[in-house]
Design a protein. Structure first.
Length: 529
């Protein structure tokens, strides 16, 4: 919010949100009133924090800490910094309702704080000592565990002007918090996107008819799509336990996952249909026990195709999907990850995808992974192979090239290995082509083994069984260069992304005709030596 001319606390006897309510007309603003705040699902003792970027009269960042059922709030004009020497002015503002921590949208002009708002960062905070006493004394020290901010921080009250209550916000000295150890180079400029919707402040401002108010609201929007599903599903799909929570932190139920798959099916099916599958099933949610399944088992619905594949001298039945019914059948099984072979079921021994998996050591910044993908694209282009890129839902990227079904698995994996080894040979300090974790410190594993018979890769648009409900998202090379990151793409943000796209990120993928020739294989093998 803009700099206030009144103190942050309501008069004695006034409700905690009295000032918040007095300044807003909820018939006009989409901001939450806080009258019916949703139940918190956080573990006992956990407290949330949020930083919202707000283009009001003056651009600023609202820093909010959960305490005693409300969000204590400060306006930071210049935004947070990871540099301990950067002591930012933080003006205390009125308390906000808990559900405001998920609000993202546009406050109408003429209303208090009119302008676009995004959720720039969020996570958990832990005070040192008694937070209430520290606030009274004006010296609050705490730890942040967020998506952009992490480490030990301080809020110190100073003398304010008039009735304003000014504080200083800064990171502790000698602390390793923050994703880049404090050398942020203007973190707010380098990390402009929302952690909720993946959009910039400008993109939210342009989409004035859309409010991303909360994870719970987005989940409700997805669940509402269930009403339309009977028209799309055949009577063969029996849905049960639709209210079971599969992603508790986001409030995502089985119904919401089914609705998500219905939204993405049109783009997902052409990429994954008729491919043998391996599933990660989490019947009780991603936070409970999960297990992999690749063969047909008890309770598998008939809407899923059976694919006989010879293994170890005998035929085993794998699963495949070729319809929306099939995707819903996977959701009914509690499959939160869908992994596919690089071939179609009609020609098991002739792969049609080259998949290079860039798996970085956790200490590496995202820019290293991005640059590695660009390097891979260049090397493939030198071989006259067009490639496409997608996030994995983890920390890495997949660089994918569709190929004609002219080589077998052995030839494909040898070709992929040659590319990986050539990258290692040219830059051994950056890349490694072996899976040994002790040797991967500070490097990117160029995983070519995804191209072997029986190996799988996460399907495009598949969910991942991870706390933030991420998905594997096809993106354009321009988006990658423009700062897109894996955290931008989740079950909650993908439907809005697809609705706003003018063209498929992998436009031309299905029409790409290219082959791996014998001459190319020989050249790559020599280059990798």
């Amino acid at each position: 919010m803009p700099t206030r001319t009144s103190g942050p606390s309501p008069p004695a006897g006034e409700p905690k949100l009295g000032t918040y309510h007095a300044r807003r007309d909820f018939a006009r603003t989409p901001e939450p009133s806080g009258d019916a705040a949703p139940a918190r699902r956080a573990e006992a003792g956990e407290l949330m924090y949020v930083v919202q970027k707000h283009a009001a009269r003056r651009l600023h960042y609202d820093f909010r800490l959960e305490l005693d059922g409300v969000l204590l709030s400060w306006a930071i004009p210049r935004g947070p910094s990871l540099d301990p020497a950067a002591k930012r002015l933080a003006v205390r503002t009125e308390d906000h309702p808990i559900e405001y921590g998920d609000f993202e949208g546009v406050i109408p002009e003429g209303e208090y704080g009119g302008g676009a708002v995004i959720v720039w960062d969020r996570g958990r905070w832990q005070p040192e000592g008694d937070a209430r006493d520290a606030l009274r004394r004006g010296r609050l020290t705490f730890t942040l565990e967020g998506e952009k901010l992490a480490g030990r921080f301080h809020l110190i009250r100073t003398r304010g002007e008039g009735r304003a209550e000014n504080w200083l916000f800064f990171r502790g000295k000698g602390d390793g918090g923050g994703k880049d150890g404090g050398k942020d180079g203007d973190l707010t400029e380098r990390e402009p996107r929302s952690v909720l919707s993946g959009r910039t402040l400008e993109e939210v401002a342009e989409a004035r008819d859309r409010v991303w108010r909360s994870n719970r609201a987005a989940s409700a929007d997805l669940t509402a799509l269930i009403g339309a599903l009977p028209k799309k599903l055949s009577s063969r799909v029996k849905l049960t336990n639709l209210d079971k929570l599969l992603y508790p932190e986001q409030g995502l139920t089985k119904a919401a996952i089914i609705a998500y798959l219905a939204v993405v099916a049109e783009r997902m099916l052409p990429l994954c249909a008729d491919r043998p599958l391996m599933l990660l099933r989490c019947p009780d949610g991603q936070h409970r026990q999960c297990f992999f399944q690749k063969h047909v088992g008890k309770g598998v619905p008939d809407v899923l195709r059976r694919v006989p594949i010879r293994e170890g001298g005998k035929l085993e039945e794998y699963l495949a999907v070729d319809s929306l019914d099939g995707l819903i059948g996977l959701a009914q099984l509690g499959a939160l990850e869908i992994h596919t072979w690089g071939c179609r079921r009609d020609k098991i021994e002739r792969p049609d995808l080259l998949v290079m998996d860039l798996d970085p050591d956790e200490s590496l910044p995202w820019t290293e992974v991005r640059d590695a993908a660009v390097e891979l694209r260049r090397r493939l282009a030198d071989l006259s192979l067009e490639s496409f890129v997608k996030t994995t839902g983890g920390k890495g990227l997949h660089v994918v090239a569709p190929v004609e079904r002219r080589v077998g698995w052995d030839e494909l994996v040898e070709f992929a290995q040659g590319i990986a080894l050539a990258m290692v040979r040219d830059q051994p300090d950056r890349y490694i082509a072996t899976a040994s974790r002790p040797k991967r410190a500070g490097k990117i594993f160029v995983d070519y083994l995804r191209n072997g018979r029986g190996a799988t890769a996460i399907a495009a648009y598949s969910m991942r069984a991870r706390p933030d409900a991420p998905v594997s998202a096809p993106i354009t090379w321009d988006e990658l260069a423009g700062g897109a990151q894996p955290r931008d793409f989740t079950v909650l943000t993908m439907p809005a992304r697809l609705a706003g796209l003018r063209r498929d990120p992998w436009h031309g993928f299905a029409d790409t005709r290219q082959s791996i020739s014998a001459a190319m294989r020989r050249g790559v093998t020599r280059a990798g030596r």
